[in-house]
Design a binder for this molecule. Structure first.
Ligand SMILES: [Mg+2]
Length: 218
């Protein structure tokens, strides 16, 4: 089920949460860019949350410049309203910036959906951004509180990544997640927390690129 769309006040900023750097060499270009074909598996992963980074749901309407509004009833949203005819389920209002798709694809990373939208992200979000179908992290039990107080995605993302370095853009995880990943994930991790009242911005893409290139050189 996608996160609820809400309105709020204020303009937030991104928080950078760096993990240790692994000695993994990464090619400069992704095959997604149309450049030299390089196996995506040799690139750092980029785990992408939808609500917050791509859909700044806490930003007051009409929303930031460049964004367009979309009303959606993804399957996961309909399933969250059992017994209600689909026509009577209120749609989600999602704001997206079509420039984000090309910016994500230009990064020397392998993008992966890491969102409660799961496969609905490929159907309802990606096409508005010009993204191809991306891999999806399947959650074993989404939103189930972690007994150690970690974000519920943290352990699953580390397990899904295996030995690979990854960056994670999300509006929810915090310092305890960074510390856990630093101690337990075997490769370099960048946790970039994106304020849901701001969404992804140019400096975030610059930072992701810098991190990916540093990881390649490590
Ligand atoms: Mg989110």
């Amino acid at each position: 089920m996608p996160d609820r769309v809400q309105c709020g006040n204020g303009t937030g900023s991104a928080s950078v949460l760096n993990g240790r750097r692994g000695a993994i060499r990464v090619p400069a270009r992704s095959s997604l860019q149309g450049g030299p074909l390089i196996p995506a598996s040799s690139l750092p992963l980029l785990f992408i949350d939808v609500d917050g980074p791509l859909n700044p749901f806490e930003r007051p309407f009409p929303g930031p410049k460049g964004y367009t509004s979309h009303r959606m009833k993804p399957d996961s949203w309909l399933r969250a309203h059992p017994g209600t005819p689909p026509a009577r389920v209120p749609p989600l209002t999602v704001r997206l910036d079509p420039a984000h798709g090309p910016q994500l694809l230009e990064l020397p990373m392998e993008p992966v959906w890491a969102t409660t939208w799961e496969h609905d992200a490929n159907t309802w979000i990606g096409p508005h951004l010009g993204l191809p179908e991306l891999p999806v992290v399947p959650w074993s039990s989404p939103r189930t509180p972690d007994p150690s107080g970690l974000h519920w995605k943290t352990r699953e993302l580390s397990a899904w990544a295996g030995e690979r370095p990854f960056a994670w853009i999300d509006d929810e995880p915090g310092q305890s997640d960074r510390e856990w990943l630093d101690q337990h994930h075997p490769a370099h991790v960048l946790l970039l927390r994106i304020d849901a009242s701001r969404g992804l911005a140019g400096e975030d893409f610059a930072l992701l690129r810098e991190w990916a290139e540093q990881t390649r050189a490590a």
